[in-house]
Design a protein around this ligand. Sequence first.
Ligand code: AMP
Ligand code: MG
Length: 416
Amino acid sequence: MAQLSDDCFAFSGPLMPVEEAERLIVERVSPVAESEDVRLSEARGRVLAADIVAPISLPPFANSAVDGYAVRHADLAREGDTRLPIMGRAAAGHAAGTGYSGGAAIRIFTGAPMPDGADTVFMQEDCRVEDGVVVLPHGLKVGANRRLAGEDVRAGSVALAEGTRLKPAQLALAAALGIDTVHVRRRLRVALFSTGDEVAEPGTPLTEARIYDANRRLLSELLIAAGADVTDLGILKDTPDSVATALAAAAGHDLIVTSGGVSTGEADHVRDAVERIGRLVFWRIALKPGRPVAMGVVGGAAFVGLPGNPVAAFVTFVRVVRPLLARLSGAKLEPLVALPVRAAFSYKKKKGRREYVRVSLSHADGVVSAQKFPREGAGVLSSLTETDGLAELPEDVTKVAPGDTIGFLPYAVLMG
Ligand code: AMP
Ligand code: MG
């Protein structure tokens, strides 16, 4: 499990700014130490435990970027077309022939090694062939359409740094370098609970006054997408003992995530339970939807108690669990860069807290506009399925007017 000290999240302020919460996570939590070798085909989402130093250069040899004719640039006329006899053929996967010394063009195909002495390639679309002679237009620069050995990655350089999360592009780069096994940190072990007497398991009959558990599905999928091994521990009743016993039993995980039961209502036992068996620092984060979020330590596990309303659970996952997972897993935290879009709505907000508004995008006349979802409730799940992402309204903003530029975070990034 991750080794956390009891006071690692200590904060005494009334409402913790989001930035401060993220900073504390990065500062006070350390990554899991264990690492292992895994096959590239099994490595998606894993985090490199060591740099990958390129064993070869990419490309490994100079080659043609196009189908066409390879020439020695010095043979080209200063003005007008150049006519060169076609000599030989260079195809991908075949060693370049030797013996080229200029004065001719070599028929070449994409990926074929550049023949020694040739330095420039004309695209076939730009050339004309007449009786074994190729007519080359004027104006191509030396080195055009040639890929030099090592221009992508140089042998011996760090191609992928420790802390890199292996996504399709990173895996492709490792494959291109000939690597089939990577050294990665072990997966995080995350225990997941829902809480609430009203919360029922999908697939069972819905009895009076109950709702189906949406959060466990949502959070489980988000955790898996973030590369964690999730232990699904079901739904806890709203009693102090059941919550405390279950959380204590899950303390061998790196992280325990719950939803519901963290407000100040009489049936909100998660806080008390964590205080009894571990240490809780109630992070009332200056975040909407989201506040309250409970953060603490149970045994050696980090603990995050998310709010019960699904949209609040999602937003707090993004702002609290996501950076915590990145830190615990040893991954570099990729900052969430909100893209500028034009607001197509009015909105008032309180100063001093960060707000996330669910919006749909539309595109007209080169401008991307964001329209707010009409129903704001933190329990409105269709507001997540019917929109494209979150508009991020920073702490100092107090209102949004149509035409304002606002930041947009796509679900494709937040849920990926
Ligand atoms: P709580 O934070 O426990 O006060 O819950 C806030 C709201 O979220 C209540 O309306 C709960 O019924 C609802 N809720 C709690 N847990 C879940 C869940 N797992 N899935 C869907 N809704 C939930
Ligand atoms: Mg509850």
